[in-house]
Design a protein around this ligand. Structure first.
Ligand code: SF4
Length: 247
C-alpha cells in the first residue's frame, strides 16, 4: 500500500462525526442490515479459528467436515490429532488450527467443567478477552467476531478489509496495526451500528476499495477519504473541515 501522509489532527468529536457520515452513506446505498440472531458462541469460536488466513468457502467446508466427523466437542477434544488435522485440511494451516481448537476445548473443559462458551453471553468484551485471550488464535479479531456475529454485541470487528479502509479514510493513523485500530474505532462507531458498518466496509473493500488498486473514482465516500483526496490531488491532507467531513 502506498505510504500516506500523516492524518489530520481531528478531534475525536470530528472523527466520530466522520465515521457517522460514512456509516450513513453506506446505509443509504447498501441498505440497513439486520443481525441474523444469536448462535452458539463455541461454534463461533471454532468457526473463527478455522477462518484464519482462508476464505469463507474453505472455512465452511472444513467446519461442515468437522461436524460430520465428530458428534460432540468432547470427541473433537480427544480426537487423534492427525485425523483431526486431516478433517479440517480444507481450511489450510490445518495442524495449527487443530492444535488451537483442541487447546480451546481442553481449557473450557478444565476451567468450566464442560464444553461451552456460554459464559461469554454474560461478559463484556474486555472480560471475555481476559478469560480466553491467552489462548493461541483467540485474538481481538476472533473475539470481536464472536461477540458481534454470534452474540449480537455492539462490537466492531477489524478484519483485513476494515483495517485497510479505516487507515485509508484516515479514521486511524496509517501505522496503526489491527489491534490499535480496533481500540481506536470502539468509541467512534455509532451506537448499534457495529455489525452493519463492519459488513458494509467488507463489501466496500471487496468491490471498490481493493487492497492493490482502489477504485476511488467510483467510491461513494471519496469526499470523506484522506487517501481518495490525496490520490486525486483534490485537496491536501489535513484539510477536512470541522463540518463532519464535507470536502
Ligand atoms: S476513496 Fe479510494 S481509498 Fe478511499 S475509501 Fe474510497 S476507494 Fe478506498
Amino acid at each position: 500500500m502506498k505510504r500516506l501522509p500523516k492524518p489530520e489532527n481531528a478531534s475525536q468529536t470530528v472523527m466520530r462525526r466522520r465515521v457517522e457520515e460514512v456509516t450513513d452513506v453506506f446505509e443509504r446505498e447498501q441498505g440497513r442490515l439486520r443481525w441474523d440472531g444469536e448462535k452458539d458462541p463455541l461454534d463461533g469460536l471454532v468457526m473463527t479459528l478455522l477462518s484464519h488466513n482462508t476464505n469463507d468457502r474453505n472455512r465452511d467446508i472444513a467446519y461442515a467436515a468437522l461436524m460430520a466427523r465428530y458428534t460432540s466437542w468432547e470427541k473433537v477434544h480427544h480426537a487423534d490429532f492427525e485425523e483431526l488435522a486431516g478433517v479440517i485440511r480444507p481450511a489450510g494451516l490445518n495442524r495449527q488450527k487443530a492444535e488451537r481448537i483442541q487447546a480451546l476445548l481442553a481449557y473450557l473443559r478444565e476451567t468450566f467443567g464442560e464444553y461451552t462458551a456460554n459464559f461469554l453471553r454474560e461478559m463484556e468484551f474486555d472480560e471475555a478477552m481476559e478469560t480466553l485471550g491467552h489462548l493461541k488464535g483467540v485474538s481481538f479479531k476472533t473475539m470481536s467476531v464472536v461477540m458481534c456475529f454470534d452474540l449480537g454485541r455492539d462490537v466492531f470487528p477489524v478484519d483485513t478489509h476494515v483495517h485497510r479502509i479505516c487507515r485509508r479514510i484516515g479514521f486511524v493513523p496509517d501505522k496503526y496495526d489491527a489491534v490499535k485500530t480496533f481500540k481506536a474505532m470502539r468509541p467512534l462507531v455509532p451506537e448499534g451500528k457495529s455489525y452493519q458498518l463492519h459488513l458494509h466496509l467488507i463489501n466496500h473493500g471487496r468491490q471498490i476499495c481493493d487492497a492493490r488498486k482502489p477504485k476511488c473514482n467510483r467510491c461513494l465516500i471519496y469526499h470523506l477519504c484522506r487517501y481518495g483526496r490525496y490520490e486525486s490531488g483534490m485537496e491536501g491532507p489535513g484539510s477536512l473541515k470541522e463540518t463532519g467531513g464535507q470536502a
